[in-house]
Design a protein around this ligand. Structure first.
Ligand SMILES: [Zn+2]
Length: 92
């Protein structure tokens, strides 16, 4: 099991050895391979949400670990709806 932890300007994922947020000054092994340090502003509380962007490497590792598919860009409506089968020309 993994949890998210904001540190050093990004929201990283880490193994849930410690539940909840870590104390300021603590370091942790993020899934992306870095070992960021938790700052004073990274302490999570209900009145102070985490606003830093998600670490893309941690996001990928997190999805692989939990079997969650990667997000896909919007591909729009299916082209199958534009079938030409009913359209025919009569020549002569
Ligand atoms: Zn990370």
């Amino acid at each position: 099991m993994y949890v998210w932890q904001q540190a050093e300007g990004q929201r990283h994922a880490r193994a849930a050895v410690h539940f909840g947020s870590l104390d300021a000054g603590a370091t942790f092994a993020a899934l992306c391979g870095s070992e960021p340090t938790v700052g004073e502003n990274d302490i999570h509380s209900p009145g102070k949400p985490w606003l830093d962007p998600t670490c893309p490497s941690c996001d990928t590792a997190f999805r692989r670990a939990l079997g969650i598919p990667e997000p896909r860009p919007d591909t729009g409506p299916s082209r199958k709806a534009l079938s030409k089968a009913a359209f025919s020309k009569v020549q002569g």
